[in-house]
Design a protein around this ligand. Structure first.
Ligand code: AMP
Ligand code: MG
Length: 646
């Protein structure tokens, strides 16, 4: 085997192994940079948000001449050195008034003055301006000056703002309104900026439907395409979103070749898992040298990230899961895109926070944990938003993220962390609600949001909410916990630091499809008896710890029908399973049954209340929440949605 072949096969082997994040970035950078950043000349008005291609040197002085800053009189300072209220100095007025835009004609001779407006050019001979308020007209063409002036008073000298030949703006600077002002002041109408790279974007997957279309069974809406297109634009590049391509090698290769021919960079998403569905990396190998740079990065979220360079153009395959796609784009692709666009590196704002809960992490992968920030008793707290990388909201609703080193397998509860913000301005919520989520809650907080208050709701379940409330990490913890001993809801779970605010009742009941004759005419107990007697009848359960699960277990009285181990974590998932024939019956709340068009047999009313942290009850946002809860408007909205306010 020749040396060349040997090194190539060695390289191929490496591609198949997972690289560390840092190694992947280093190899990608080495294959792409340095590279020329092309420029283009644009009209000043079109330059907003673009990066300057060259330094800008002032072509003229600004102001172009010595200019008066006030309405007054141009004179010689030495003439009025002794002037005061009690002993004004009398000057004779020259036969000229210098308005803005008027070039002076007369010289200001000793013991004379010339009327001048703000912005008027200072006439020859004058060395200061006295304000009109400090003078008095005195007889014909004469003026009394009541105050001494220093030489240069109220004069802006030529070039004092911008001096001809001075470097005003540096290459790479992003042009904003202020820079446009500076360029306009020097008369610059066109400016060289870096050309925005054209980024072609393709989604891959047989299951994808574009928003606006209709979902058939087993299909989902294309999320990554619109996200990446928007994020590309946010980072100064031009996005060409080309839609979704099916998982078909020939179709995908054709689409990728066409996309690459007309762009500076190609970003795909999905199809990166190693296996039968893995088409894109095979195609990349045929698209141009050097091809694959990294296939798999020890990064979470984002392990299946694929980086390639084909004929000098970056080709990136983002993971299919939206949060993984967004995060890897943000972390690894944005820096490359900005360099290609001639933009400075993004300046990430960072804040210090404490992590209130233990975070488990995978050893060997750099993990980025999306967090929501809330105000604790001592400083900021960073709550993991934790819906996983398949959830769009994990990234979309996070305030920032923290980094867990590849060598750590957890972050201890209570430890300090540095949070990188995802938005330039952190807004600490006015009201923090941590606990069990209910769509009714959104109806109560709606008036607060309309009044400009920032409300943060973090869903961690009733018990998690109570723990957070006891630790002073939130203002309110919504709970619905049934205590079997006292046969009562919520109150038995409070301690002295908390007080219960009555919320609303939610009717729990058995759901089934409207056309399922097996349950017709039965009540909840009857329906469960019927289901237990029919081996073909499949149930859907709820997760351990859910209030609904407690009710179901009481109804089942020890029975374990088929479907018992299907234990989704939400009211909606139960309804979806029944509506989509993955189960025939389950228990959920009435408003959810209604939304899914299911028949509903009422079983028990559940109490959804709020544990209020006493120490925080006087906060204006807490008061606003309590006020909303009691308002006629909110009560009507709750009732309309199927809840019974207490
Ligand atoms: P894949 O890498 O193609 O196997 O995709 C992994 C997961 O991400 C699957 O659940 C896909 O349905 C999902 N996914 C892939 N592409 C997209 C997309 N453009 N929008 C939303 N989800 C996607
Ligand atoms: Mg796919």
């Amino acid at each position: 085997m020749s040396d060349k072949n040997q090194s190539r096969s060695h390289a191929q082997e490496q591609f198949l192994s997972v690289l560390s994040r840092e190694e992947a970035i280093a190899r990608f950078d080495a294959a792409l940079f340095p590279r020329e950043v092309p420029n283009e000349v644009v009209a000043l008005a079109a330059a907003l948000g673009r990066a300057l291609a060259q330094d800008v040197v002032a072509p003229i002085d600004v102001p172009p001449f010595d200019r008066s800053n006030v309405d007054g009189f141009a004179l010689r300072a030495s003439d009025v050195a002794t002037a005061s209220e009690s002993a004004p100095v009398r000057l004779s007025l020259n036969d000229e008034e210098i308005a803005c835009g008027t070039a002076p004609k007369c010289r200001v001779a000793p013991l004379t003055a010339t009327a001048i407006a703000t912005g008027g050019p200072v006439p020859r001979g004058a060395d200061a301006i006295v304000m009109i308020e400090q003078t008095e007209p005195a007889g014909l063409q004469q003026l009394d000056v009541r105050r001494a002036v220093t030489p240069g008073q109220f004069i802006s000298y030529a070039g004092s703002d911008m001096a001809r030949g001075e470097t005003l703006l540096r290459a790479g600077l992003v042009i904003g309104a202020r820079e446009i002002g500076m360029l306009a002041a020097c008369g610059i109408a066109e400016i060289a900026v870096t050309r925005a790279p054209i980024v072609a974007i393709l989604s891959t997957g047989d299951e994808l439907v574009q928003p606006g279309g209709v979902l058939a069974e087993a299909q989902i809406f294309d999320t990554n395409g619109p996200i990446v297109a928007a994020a590309v634009r946010e980072n100064g590049a031009v996005a060409q979103f080309l839609g979704a391509v099916a998982d078909d090698e020939a179709a995908l290769e054709a689409a990728m070749r066409a996309a690459l021919a007309n762009s500076d960079m190609l970003i795909l998403s999905g199809g990166t898992s190693k296996g039968a569905g893995d088409l894109t990396h095979r195609i990349i190998a045929r698209l141009g040298a050097p091809g694959l740079i990294a296939h798999g990065v020890a990064l979470k979220p984002g392990k299946p990230l694929c980086l390639a360079v084909c004929d000098g153009k970056p080709v990136v395959i983002l993971p299919g899961f939206p949060t993984s796609a967004m995060f890897t784009f943000h972390d690894m692709i944005v820096p490359v895109l900005r360099r290609m666009a001639g933009l400075p590196a993004r300046a990430d704002a960072k804040v210090a926070a404490r992590v209130p809960v233990r975070i488990a992490s995978e050893l060997g992968r750099t993990e980025f944990v999306m967090v929501s920030l809330v105000a604790g008793n001592e400083g900021l707290l960073a709550y993991p938003t934790g819906k996983g990388s398949g959830a769009i909201t994990s990234f979309a609703q996070a305030d920032g993220f923290l980094r867990v080193d590849a060598l750590a397998d957890h972050v201890e509860a209570g430890s300090a962390a540095e949070i990188t913000l995802l938005t330039p301005h952190l807004r600490v919520p006015d009201l923090t609600i941590i606990g069990s989520h209910c769509t009714g809650l959104d109806l109560v907080t709606a008036p607060l949001a309309r009044a400009g208050l920032c409300v943060r709701t973090i869903a961690v379940g009733s018990l998690g909410g109570l723990a957070a409330a006891r630790r002073g990490e939130c203002d309110l913890a919504p709970i619905h916990l049934f205590d079997a001993k006292t046969e009562s809801y919520n109150t038995p779970f409070l301690d002295e630091s908390l007080t219960l605010v009555a919320g609303w009742r939610r009717m729990q009941g058995i759901v089934y499809r409207k056309d399922d004759a097996r349950f017709a005419g039965l009540d909840a107990h009857g329906a469960v008896a019927q289901a237990l007697g029919d081996p073909a009848c499949l149930m859907v359960n709820r997760n351990q710890g859910a209030g609904t699960r407690i009710l179901l277990d009481r109804l089942l009285a020890g029975a374990r029908p088929d479907g018992y181990w299907n234990q989704p974590k939400s009211h909606n998932a139960v309804a979806a399973a029944v509506a989509q024939h993955r189960a025939d019956w389950g228990m959920t709340i009435a408003p959810v049954a209604e939304v899914y068009g299911l028949s509903f047999l009422p079983f028990a009313e559940e109490h959804y209340d709020l544990a209020l942290v006493r120490a925080r009850q006087d906060k204006p946002a807490v008061q606003a929440f309590l006020h909303s809860l009691q308002s006629d408007e909110t009560r009507a909205a709750l009732m309309k949605a199927g809840f019974s306010p207490v």
